[in-house]
Design a protein around this ligand. Structure first.
Ligand SMILES: [Zn+2]
Length: 122
């Protein structure tokens, strides 16, 4: 019985309803497919969308929802990663410039001190 539960019923820990609308489109061996769709649209909305169309169109609807959810999640991750790298680079450059400035300052102060010693100037 547990092998006939679809990915939705497994993830949502539902008892297997005999007329589960998700079963043909979200098979138990591909739980990632349902996971993406659930994260973007919510399981109940997906169920409603599948019920609103003819039975022969449901496969295409499920595929479309999956592809859109998949790419929305992937793009979100890519944008977050890009932003992270952008600010990381800024942070590193700022610290490098600050370090350079600090070293320059320290070096020039030391040089001023060394040059102020009478032994070196005479
Ligand atoms: Zn199910």
């Amino acid at each position: 019985m547990s092998s006939t539960r679809c990915a939705a019923c497994k993830q949502l820990r539902r008892k297997y309803p005999s007329d589960c609308i998700f079963l043909p489109y979200f098979p138990p061996n591909n739980s990632q497919r349902f996971s993406y769709v659930h994260r973007i649209y919510g399981a109940s909305n997906v169920g409603k969308m599948l019920q609103q169309v003819e039975e022969h169109q449901r496969g295409d609807v499920a595929d479309s929802l999956y592809y859109e959810a998949y790419y929305r999640i992937k793009i979100l991750y890519m944008v977050v990663l890009e932003l992270f790298l952008f600010y990381m680079k800024k942070f590193v450059m700022y610290n490098a410039n600050w370090l350079k400035y600090k070293l320059k300052l320290t070096y020039s102060i030391k040089m001023d001190f060394i040059l102020s010693i009478p032994h070196f100037t005479s």
